[in-house]
Design a protein around this ligand. Structure first.
Ligand SMILES: [Zn+2]
Length: 252
């Protein structure tokens, strides 16, 4: 069992007292092209968390996956139906309170498994981590996959930055929840060779404005289950490495 919420409270007490590492999947409810569900980031974060928990267990670190956060700052996709955005302060407060609650019960470490990369959203996670530190003196592990160190372990499309609902994310949904990919639509989608990362640097603030008129970038047709499996492996290693490094930093 890797799911925290399926424990009873007595089992949770036992797990926490043994030094639980809690993995918090963070996603969004956001438009991901005409071929992927609004829950794409939640699906990806949950799956990478599950795989990381299994890897940690095989290294003797007890880890469980918390219920996912499905709401985040998603202002880039505000022109598309179904996207639900919350404010940066709200998002930060939720993450901060979850971490503080677990730490007050004795959890050893919380690690954030995030797959929504909008800058203001990542900022809300960093705000939360800073607030936890001030409030409890404790660290929260958070590998930011936009950083070169982690991006290097991911795909070329990801590094180019045309990675919203393109091959990268489509592959990850194919590997975790293939029944949710609208394959007929995906087969008809032309490549959108626009780097959203670059557009953000140029000051663009919405997908629409960046030229992603159907809420996707990159090449959904190039996606495959195999690519998804390979990316999950890298994402799980990223989480595991962040946990090991943060535990070492805490005990130093
Ligand atoms: Zn996404």
């Amino acid at each position: 069992m890797t799911q925290f919420q399926n424990l009873t409270w007595e089992e949770a007490r036992e797990q926490i007292s043994r030094g639980l590492v809690a993995i918090l999947p963070v996603g969004s409810t956001e438009a991901h092209g005409p071929h992927l569900p609004l829950a794409t980031d939640v699906i990806i974060s949950e799956e990478m968390s599950r795989r990381a928990a299994l890897k940690l267990a095989s290294q003797g670190v007890e880890a469980l996956v918390l219920p996912a956060i499905a709401y985040s700052v998603t202002d880039f996709s505000k022109d598309f139906s179904g996207s639900i955005s919350i404010r940066r302060e709200t998002a930060a407060a939720v993450i901060r309170d979850i971490c503080a609650s677990l730490y007050s019960q004795g959890a050893r470490l919380v690690v954030i498994a995030n797959s929504h990369l909008e800058p203001e959203h990542v900022a809300s996670i960093n705000d939360a981590i800073e607030q936890v530190k001030q409030q409890t003196g404790r660290l929260v592990a958070f590998p930011d996959k936009r950083r070169r160190r982690w991006a290097m372990t991911l795909t070329e499309e990801f590094r180019r930055g045309d990675c919203h609902a393109g091959s990268y994310e489509t592959s990850l949904v194919l590997a975790a929840r293939p029944e949710l990919v609208r394959d007929e639509i995906r087969d008809s989608l032309p490549r959108v060779p626009i780097s959203i990362a670059e557009k953000i640097r140029e000051g663009v603030t919405t997908f629409q404005e960046a030229g992603g008129i159907r809420a996707y970038f990159g090449d959904p047709r190039a996606a495959s289950r195999e690519e998804g499996e390979a990316i999950y492996e890298a994402l799980a290693v990223m989480i595991v490495t962040a946990v090991i490094e943060t535990l070492a930093a805490e005990s130093a």
